[in-house]
Write a protein that binds this ligand. Structure first.
Ligand code: DAH
Length: 348
């Protein structure tokens, strides 16, 4: 009988050894300790023994059972440990390896340039204003003294807003002048940068572009002020004290007199050619670049916003920003502004 118990013990220990999962261990447990298990058979046969034998064999059987239960528990623990080790092995990672940096965007060059310009004008006491990009015809044209027959009203270079009568995508930043003068009394010193829209699209024009409007109105404003402010501003924007400006007569309905402002070419410094005698391609060798439209605010425009033209005078100017940025940063294609390629944008 005792040898049977011994056999059962070594049999179960051997079975446990080769059981490599919880399920397999469970099967071994059932095989020995289950209701129909081998251990039960032994216990059943105890009844045929003498009282004395029953006691010794029963004791031995119980001890063996305890031992085997211990061995089973140990095997469960071992299998669990093996399982976890395998996972740890498989999922191991070196937490000291530097992480991958998430790629972040970058301020667009146009936004940066507008900020820089705001700084330049702020130092001269100019405030910043904004206006709507979807503008009433009234502000974009009427109040600026642009008659219905003016070419700027031509359907071909203006985007009219569908289903919204008399609204356009503003064709220039000049309507901000009107908004601002409606809300503020002189003295006025304001700039208004922003997006503008026209039905233009070629190598040097895009349907959306950027302008900067300037307006100064007070009791004694003259073209001398315009000259001083713009020359100073352009010198700072291009970071070049040698820059000069010149005025050429021109026509814009909302100013009188109206003019075109040129500044000396920042590339060839007004020489028309570069240091090595190579002709300057930017200014086509003339030494000057057309940079802004400007003039003295038209008396009709002042009247439109309720200001007395006998009392107040003012200047206004409007410049295209995209080309200025291209000149300053030597950018050779407008396309680069729209592609949003970080390799380009991150350089500024
Ligand atoms: N708004 C004009 C344009 O887009 C530019 C301009 C010309 C603005 C003369 C002005 C100005 O303020 O006085 O063509």
């Amino acid at each position: 009988m005792e040898s049977q118990i011994q056999k059962l013990k070594s049999g179960m220990l051997a079975d446990l050894k080769v059981a490599t999962s919880e399920v397999e261990i469970k099967e071994v447990e059932v095989k020995y300790f289950g209701r129909q298990g081998l251990f039960g058979d032994i216990m059943k046969s105890l009844k045929d023994l003498s009282a004395e034998e029953k006691q010794t064999v029963g004791k031995a059987a119980n001890m063996t059972k305890k031992e085997l239960e211990g061995a089973t528990g140990k095997r469960y623990a071992e299998v669990e440990h093996e399982k976890l080790s395998a996972i740890a092995e498989e999922e191991w990672m070196d937490v000291t390896v530097p992480g991958k940096k998430p790629s972040v965007g970058h301020r667009h060059l146009i936004s940066k340039f507008i900020d820089d310009i705001e700084q330049v004008f702020a130092k001269m006491g100019f405030e910043m204003a904004e206006g709507p990009e979807i503008e009433k015809e009234y502000y974009n044209f009427d109040q600026l003294n642009i008659p219905e027959t003016h070419p700027a009203r031509d359907m071909h270079d203006t985007f009219w807003v569908k289903n919204l009568e008399k609204y356009v995508l503003r064709t220039h930043t000049s309507p901000v002048q009107i908004h601002y003068m409606e809300d503020h009394k002189p003295p006025i010193r304001v700039i208004a940068p922003g997006k503008t829209f026209r039905k233009d699209s070629d190598a040097t024009h895009s349907p959306m572009f950027h302008q900067l409007e300037g307006l100064m109105v007070d009791t004694d404003i003259s073209m001398a002020n315009l000259k001083a402010v713009l020359t100073q501003a352009l010198q700072q924007i291009f970071e070049d004290d040698s820059i000069k400006t010149r005025f050429r007569v021109s026509y814009f309905p909302f100013v009188e007199p109206g003019m075109e402002i040129d500044c000396t070419c920042p590339i060839c410094k007004g020489n028309g050619k570069l240091g090595d005698g190579v002709p300057c391609r930017l200014c086509k060798q003339c030494g000057w670049l057309e940079i802004a439209g400007a003039g003295m605010v038209h008396p009709k425009v002042l009247k439109n916003v309720g200001l007395d033209p006998e009392k107040y005078t003012g200047f206004a100017f409007g410049m295209g920003l995209d080309r200025m940025i291209m000149i300053k940063y030597r950018i050779n294609h407008l396309r680069l502004f729209f592609e949003n390629d970080l390799r380009f944008i991150q350089q500024f």
